[in-house]
Design a protein around this ligand. Structure first.
Ligand SMILES: Cc1cc2nc3c(=O)[nH]c(=O)nc-3n(C[C@H](O)[C@H](O)[C@H](O)COP(=O)(O)OP(=O)(O)OC[C@H]3O[C@@H](n4cnc5c(N)ncnc54)[C@H](O)[C@@H]3O)c2cc1C
Length: 506
């Protein structure tokens, strides 16, 4: 166990979690079906004749059936969920995905689409013996129009690799997240991933220009346009953005890449209380205007446990709250001056207690490392209950002290951090190991509180396997019924990612 934790921590220290699949394989979490008492649906079971068929399409090497090879694909990043799949398929083309799905649909074999397996709600791994369809080998960049910024890539491209590719051509990907070294663009689209710069570049419903996806019956839906404007009928691409592999398998993505900012500056500030963070956010919007690209917060427990667990440096001293402000602009002198002026002004006003501003890449990375590694640092304690909720900004931090009080010494750390500009807070509760007692204290309590504050129980991670029975806290009955109707229309046999997103009844 310790070895695994050490490995996981090393992975996250490198930030990109590249080894997470290998790490995850070393300790076996309890089977999801047992842990959450789920009943298997009436799907067929994979037979040797099915495996032989898959091999005729993919060849022997891209059909994994050996237990040791398959196990890592059954376990999610946070080691909360474990499925029981016996076969992993690695297609290399849309045509292969189409053939596989058409066959599985006919045979009533359930399928779990999988990208980088960094999802945090258990959506990316099977629950029972679903066939895992991993897109990692569909990793080609198809085209880039350097004038419009329209990029087309296959769904299995790792986000960071695509970002590096477009950066060399003076563009950037419009999204960035701590898992960028492992997560795939198809996974990002399927989860409608938010991330660190949503404040500036908006969400994927705005940036995605087109999608190619394969329906459960194998039919390829080609909505792979690169146009900014296309009002010809229903906007079908949006059905695949955020549907978490339940409506189709995304095979190609067209995405708008903004221009690489010439000047990037990062500030890291210590703040006395949460009220001051809100005031600071208001001031940053007006002082920094169009160059503001990120406004992130973390509380003392989030930063101090990350510093301690991962041995990372904190560039300023110990404060109750921290704020990370980033600017993307076109003039380093001008932008740095603006951020420094903001720092001086707000140190004078008392909103900032201490801070540092830098444009040096190494120093900026040190600050971002601290922020991006909070998500994984808690694993060092054993198990992490993770909540990713949206709340009106004035209520943003209210839940953290309430949860602390509710759990008392049952939790090692309860911390809050997140994208304050988007009203999205992540709350991590770390405990030595998963227990039903702590789970029962947290759920549905957290979701009830969020609902009472008019929030969303999932801001960006999705619903996955962990939250379908809580979705009613954020979606009303008529909306859920329409979701069920859409699912039935697009996947009548329900083979795509069963047990995920949709509640059994609504
Ligand atoms: C350290 C860390 C930081 C993170 N930070 C953020 C963050 O800031 N913002 C954020 O939104 N998320 C964040 N996440 C969550 C996760 O990285 C995102 O949800 C990411 O978009 C998942 O991509 P993936 O390729 O790993 O998908 P997976 O985890 O493999 O899959 C996620 C879901 O999408 C489906 N899926 C995957 N690929 C396809 C496809 N091609 N077609 C159809 N369905 C598919 C799966 O079935 C599953 O339901 C973070 C995770 C980690 C570990």
């Amino acid at each position: 166990m310790l070895n695994t934790i050490r490995l996981l921590v090393q992975c996250q220290n490198k930030q990109y979690v590249l080894e997470q699949i290998r790490c995850a394989s070393q300790v076996l979490p309890q089977l999801s079906a047992e842990k959450y008492n789920v009943k298997r649906k009436d799907f067929a079971t994979v037979q040797s004749s099915d495996v032989n068929f898959f091999k005729t399409i993919l060849g022997n090497e891209r059909v994994l059936t050996d237990d040791n090879d398959v196990t890592p694909f059954n376990i999610d990043w946070i080691k909360n969920c474990r499925g029981q799949s016996k076969v992993v398929l690695k297609p290399k083309s849309t045509q292969e995905v189409s053939q596989i799905l058409s066959y599985c649909n006919e045979k009533k074999l359930a399928v779990c689409p999988q990208g980088g397996n960094t999802g945090l709600v258990g959506g990316s791994v099977p629950v029972f013996d679903e066939v895992v369809l991993n897109l990692m080998l569909m990793n080609n960049i198809v085209s880039l129009d350097e004038i419009s910024g329209a990029l087309i890539c296959e769904a299995g491209c790792v986000l960071e690799n695509v970002d590096n590719y477009v950066r060399e051509r003076n563009l950037i990907m419009p999204l960035d997240l701590g898992a960028k070294g492992t997560c795939q663009v198809g996974g990002n689209v399927s989860t409608n991933a938010g991330g660190l710069r949503l404040l500036r570049y908006g969400n994927l419903h705005g940036s995605i220009l087109g999608v190619e996806a394969v329906k459960a019956d194998g039919i390829i839906i080609d909505c792979l346009k690169t146009l900014k404007k296309d009002n010809t009928g229903y906007h079908l691409k949006h059905l695949f953005i955020g549907s978490e592999g339940t409506l189709g398998v995304v095979t190609k993505v067209a995405i708008h890449c903004p221009v690489l900012p010439k000047a990037v500056t990062v500030g890291f500030f210590g703040v006395e209380n949460f009220e001051n963070i809100l005031q600071l956010y208001k001031s940053a919007k007006s002082s920094l205007g169009e160059i503001l690209s990120a406004f992130e917060m973390a509380d003392r427990d989030a930063i101090s446990s990350t510093v301690k667990n991962l041995n990372l440096p904190n560039p300023i001293s110990d404060y109750p709250f921290y704020v990370l402000v980033e600017t993307h602009g076109s003039d380093e002198g001008h932008d740095g001056e603006k951020l420094n002026r903001f720092l001086s002004k707000e140190m004078e006003s008392g909103l900032i207690l201490d801070g540092t501003v830098t444009s040096e890449p190494g120093k900026m990375q040190t600050i971002w490392n601290l922020r991006e590694n909070i998500a994984g640092a808690g694993l060092r304690h054993g198990y992490v209950f993770k909540y990713d909720v949206s709340l009106p900004q004035k209520h943003y931090y209210e839940l953290v002290p309430k949860i602390k009080q509710r759990l008392g010494d049952k939790a090692i750390v309860v911390c809050g951090y997140g994208h304050i500009g988007d009203g999205n807070i992540h709350i991590n509760v770390t405990v030595p190991e998963y227990t039903r007692e702590v789970a029962g204290l947290l759920e549905p309590y957290v979701f009830e509180e969020v609902s009472a504050l008019q929030g969303s129980i999932s801001a960006e991670h999705g619903v996955g396997f962990r939250k379908p029975h809580y979705i009613h806290y954020s979606k009303d009955r008529s909306a859920l019924q329409l979701m069920h109707q859409l699912k039935t229309l697009m996947d009548p046999n329900g083979i795509l990612n069963p047990y995920k997103v949709l509640p059994e009844e609504c």
